[in-house]
Design a protein around this ligand. Structure first.
Ligand code: COI
Length: 355
């Protein structure tokens, strides 16, 4: 299918100082869109000027939250190449999210072609300062103007781009995490394994409460026993316990993170035994008592590898290690970003050059 290109008449000035970029405030000049209806399927792929969407107030996404998204990044290598990290995995996961949310699956090749075309046009927006990148947000929303509860019959797919710095205000410094014991994020059979927009909406209240208490994010426990660790607000979570890298197994309510998968692979190749299994929150506090809870860190596209310095659960609070970034989190961060920014060889075939 041919992708039409409609260029913006005027373009925005670039950010002045890339090293001051924060996360998710600034957007580029163009976006990719395509539409779905039952007659034509996914159609009308176009690169067009970034602009506010025109949406009927009765559009179903606004009422019942039928929306999914993805997050990936484009990185600028020192030699000038622009690189994507495992983009096909994002589109594959997006189609799995689509299926769960009754959204028609799209042609991954077409989405990839649209993304590449968009990135070629917006290349100047990929920042060069250390730790910065161009965040890519593919999204699908339900657009039928209708108030009955059913799956929409029409959809809008769009990809927008945002030059970003660190996700957390702390940068690569350890974050403080609040183990949530009242609210839950997902249960098995629900949508926890998808990037449904609603998963994030329901996480907001717990996040606000944690923030008021001085914590950056919430660590979710399972919705049934309120005992097994699931994930953090915007990242998956890993523990180094007695020399092993331990992370909650994918059980249907946890997001199958692409960074999670990459970090587990890198950990194994660095010689650490990796365990994907149930992680009881009691086990973490007991390991801390014994002195075997060596490191805690989150993984995510936005969060990269984020060290956790403190865990608070009910009245109990522990400082992980000496509260500073652990050596394994640092080594994983360096290997992962080394591959992402094209500074290290990529034996896994994860990097995809934008040409
Ligand atoms: C990402 O890491 O890309 C995410 O989607 C997390 C988030 C910012 C919602």
């Amino acid at each position: 299918m041919k992708i039409e290109i409609r260029k913006a008449e005027t373009i925005k000035p670039l950010f002045e100082d890339a090293s001051k970029l924060t996360f998710g405030h600034l957007f580029t000049d163009h976006m990719f869109t395509m539409r779905y209806n039952p007659e034509k399927g996914w159609h009308a792929p176009v690169i067009e000027p970034y602009r506010p969407l025109e949406l009927d107030p009765s559009a179903m996404v606004l009422h019942y939250g039928q929306a999914i998204f993805e997050g990936l990044k484009a990185y600028r290598a020192e030699d000038g190449r622009a690189l994507l990290f495992r983009p096909a995995d994002n589109f594959a996961r997006m189609n799995r999210s689509a299926k769960r949310m009754c959204i028609p699956e799209f042609d991954k090749e077409l989405a990839m072609a649209g993304l590449m075309e968009l990135l070629r046009l917006e290349e100047r927006w990929i920042p060069t300062a250390p730790g910065t990148s161009l965040y890519i947000r593919p999204t699908i929303i339900a657009t039928d103007p209708y108030l009955g509860v059913k799956a929409s019959s029409t959809y809008l797919f769009f990809i927008i781009l945002s030059p970003v710095g660190p996700y957390y205000a702390e940068g690569f410094k350890p974050v403080r995490i609040y183990v949530e014991d009242e609210y839950v994020r997902a249960v098995r059979g629900g949508t926890g394994f998808t990037k449904a927009a609603a998963n994030y909406a329901i996480s907001l209240l717990a996040g606000e409460v944690a923030k008021e208490k001085g914590y950056s994010q919430v660590l979710w426990l399972d919705g049934v026993h309120r005992r097994y660790v699931e994930e953090v607000g915007s990242m998956n979570i890993c523990f180094k316990i007695g020399g092993k890298i331990v992370t909650p197994a994918l059980n249907g309510s946890i997001l199958p993170g692409i960074t999670r998968d990459s970090v587990l692979r890198l950990s194994a190749d660095m010689g650490y035994p990796v365990e994907e299994r149930l992680v009881d929150v009691e086990e973490l506090f007991a390991a801390h008592e014994k002195g075997t809870l060596e490191e805690v860190f989150g993984t995510g596209t936005a969060a990269v590898v984020s060290p956790v310095g403190e865990l608070r659960w009910k009245e109990r609070s522990i400082t992980v290690g000496d509260g500073q970034t652990g050596p394994v989190a640092l080594a994983l961060y360096e290997r992962l970003t080394g591959i992402q920014y094209g500074q290290l060889p990529d034996p896994y075939g994860w990097s995809v050059e934008i040409r």
